[in-house]
Design a protein around this ligand. Structure first.
Ligand SMILES: *Cc1c(COP(=O)(O)O)cnc(C)c1O
Length: 358
């Protein structure tokens, strides 16, 4: 069976090497030494001033919304994973959907202003598939209307914009380190902000609001992560070059093997350097997609419809129309991509697609 992804696992001994230290210290969680080591290594690798390791990427989004005191309406994309929208609703804000640019599949900055009203407090955009948004255009509109910007950068480990980590942009960026993501800590996530003041607040909020053993700066929640998860991150970070290179190699293989077929791919902005953590293909029709999925499934190959359905169709948001996102979400499919995926497997996958589209 070939799934859309397979979690990366380093040799077991590398993980076990961290366990004796955890047992010796008896320090399992609560800002432990491995959590601190991982945060320091990530800040160094990504060249970021502030980064907090979180228990997952969804709580990261919720804390980001809370820490920026967002209320009322948040402009967001209908083309993302459900956590982007559910976090807005969970924090008692209204999700106002702004349709996507059908070429990049990211929120269309040209459509933002027509949705801004007296209750708009922020923009929450996703860099879909690790492909950076038009950050400059979004920031310009945010500055003009005094809006905060949060990026759901769950897919973006290693992605860059203008030569800098994409996590360096916006008021806050969030990432997911879930087992299915390019860099993972089993479950996990991160909060990044270029602002010292916001970063400090994010840190308090992730730890019940504690600013001392017996004092609380403000309301918080438990968004901490453990020494065991940090150890997995430290192990995986040692393999990050190989993990990232395998995505580039697989993308090159797929590009070549699928050439000439009636498929398209998201456009990448000149100033953006994505991590190619996913391999999305856009079909000419949903019918062609379904036919291809059926053919792949018959060979035990399971791609995923990331992202389907469009989030404006969720039953807990008010009705808003986003024709472009609705159309794309019906026609886009992500092909398998993970370190262990072999060339023989990619050959099978692409052969089946060729036959299905004949
Ligand atoms: C994976 C993902 C999340 C959620 O991250 P978790 O760590 O699973 O909570 C949020 N947004 C996007 C776009 C994602 O792909």
């Amino acid at each position: 069976m070939i799934n859309v992804t397979k979690p990366f696992l380093a040799p077991q001994a590398e993980y076990e090497a961290y366990l004796s230290g955890i047992w010796q210290r008896g320090w399992l969680t609560n800002n432990g030494p491995l959590v601190n080591e991982l945060e320091a290594e990530l800040k160094n690798y990504l060249q970021l001033p502030h980064l907090h390791f979180l228990s997952n990427g969804t709580i990261a989004l919720q804390i980001a919304i809370k820490a920026l005191n967002l209320q009322g309406e948040i402009l967001t994309t209908p083309f993302s994973y459900v956590a982007t929208t559910s976090s807005i609703v969970w924090e008692n804000c209204r999700a106002v959907f702004v349709d996507i640019d059908p070429e990049t599949l990211n929120i269309d900055p040209n459509l933002l202003e027509q949705h801004i009203g007296p209750n708009t407090s922020a923009i929450l955009a996703t860099h879909v598939y690790g492909n950076p948004c038009d950050i400059d255009a979004i920031q310009k509109i945010a500055d003009k209307h005094n809006l905060k910007v949060i990026y759901d950068a769950a897919h973006c480990f290693g992605s860059e914009y203008k030569g800098q980590s994409v996590f360096a942009f916006g008021d806050v960026s969030t990432c997911s380190f879930h087992a299915t993501k390019l860099f993972h800590t089993i479950e996990g996530g991160a909060l990044m902000s270029p602002s010292e003041e916001i970063a400090q607040r994010l840190g308090y909020m992730r730890n019940f609001g504690h600013d001392g053993p017996e004092s609380f700066a403000e309301v918080g929640i438990n968004g901490k992560n453990s020494e065991f998860h940090a150890a997995m991150g430290l192990v995986n970070l040692k393999h990050i070059a190989r993990i990232r290179q395998s995505r580039l190699d697989q993308k090159a293989y797929y590009d070549k093997a699928l050439k000439g077929l009636p498929l398209s791919q998201p456009k990448i902005l000149a100033q953006a350097q994505p991590n190619y953590s996913y391999y999305p293909i856009i079909f000419e029709s949903e019918e062609a997609l379904l036919k291809t999925v059926k053919a792949l499934n018959s060979h035990w190959i399971y791609p995923r419809r990331y992202f389907y359905p469009a989030l404006n169709s969720l039953n807990y948001v008010d009705q808003q129309s986003c024709p472009l996102a609705e159309d794309i979400s019906k026609r886009v499919l992500c092909l398998p991509m993970y370190v262990e995926l072999s060339e023989a497997e990619m050959k099978l996958i692409t052969n089946v697609i060729h036959k299905a589209l004949k």
